[in-house]
Design a protein around this ligand. Sequence first.
Ligand SMILES: NC(=O)c1ccc[n+]([C@@H]2O[C@H](COP(=O)([O-])OP(=O)(O)OC[C@H]3O[C@@H](n4cnc5c(N)ncnc54)[C@H](O)[C@@H]3O)[C@@H](O)[C@H]2O)c1
Length: 354
Amino acid sequence: MNEFLLTSDVEEIVQRLEGHALKLAGKTVLLTGARGFLGRYFTEVFLALNQRLPQPVTVVALDNLITAGKAGGEDELPASPNFHFFRQDVIQPFDWEGPVDYVIHAAGIASPFYYRAYPLETMEAAVSGVRNALDLALRKRARLVFFSSSEIYGDPDPANVPTQESYRGHVACQGPRACYDESKRLGETLCYIYHEKHGVHANTIRPFNVYGPGMQENDYRVLPNFANRIKAGAPLKVYGSGHQTRTFCYITDAMVGFLLVMLRGAPGEAYNIGNPKPEISMVELVKRIETVLGRPVAHDVIEYPDSYPADEPNRRCPNIRKARLQLEYAPSVPLEEGLRRFLTWSDRMYTGEV
Ligand SMILES: NC(=O)c1ccc[n+]([C@@H]2O[C@H](COP(=O)([O-])OP(=O)(O)OC[C@H]3O[C@@H](n4cnc5c(N)ncnc54)[C@H](O)[C@@H]3O)[C@@H](O)[C@H]2O)c1
């Protein structure tokens, strides 16, 4: 078990999948972005399932390690006969000699800090990467799940918050966030085309701010950023006005949702996966952290640094009715509980030095 994740969380995901996981017995999953935050959870969940399933899941794991960091590095690969790792850039075509039943395309440059630094790589991972994944799914007659993002909605007008899947978005095609938002949108279009034209069973997942143990200290998304500053004993840096809102979905809730989409999603459909409650501002997030830690936490509200793409959405909150009704998806970890698990873990694992 990768020490960068919590065994208890992986176990919780496995328990909550119940009988759905039986569909995975004896199957092969090709997982791109396998050494990232979500990819490492998928891997550990499949390997944990192998203790229970009548036949094991085989994991074919691809990653070029561009943002995998220490936790995702080759020294930390799981030792299992059912796990095969290949250092592979998904912009180049890829294959596997045996059968493939599921393709999960999670390779991507997910953190705003990194997609500001690597805009072209960000676009290519979402566009050429998913095209290569779709070609493989077509050849192998596999189901495919594409990790898109809630960012495809851009900055929704307030009448469309909470945001449902049918909302078309309010997105800039030029600007510091366009490389991410627009390439995820085009990746979704490719899934649509391969489904319509070639009958590939492709699903799109739009995650809304997933967090939890396993996020790297230098990930630069908001919660690892805050946790790093807490560990360093330094004031938190809240960017912009601090009034922009987000929802936060704990990793166990998110993983159950992702796996339900993969196993039960209707062909060609996109699903929001997140936790709609509470929708809170970044300043309020600091207050929730104070409640969890039981002490005041100093913070400064500052201008966006150059390293971070400005023009971020004012509000972000999912409507998850579709996943609730079609997949019985029901997030259940309250924010305070998730923060408690994450901050306890980050206090143990982070150095406070980034
Ligand atoms: N975690 C979230 O809250 C969230 C929210 C919305 C969307 N997503 C999407 O879900 C996916 C996984 O997110 P994550 O949080 O695990 O991100 P992550 O950055 O932790 O992991 C992504 C992995 O993909 C790899 N990668 C990047 N480009 C690649 C390429 N060209 N070839 C091979 N590997 C490549 C990286 O090295 C990294 O290990 C991403 O596509 C992301 O955009 C995540």
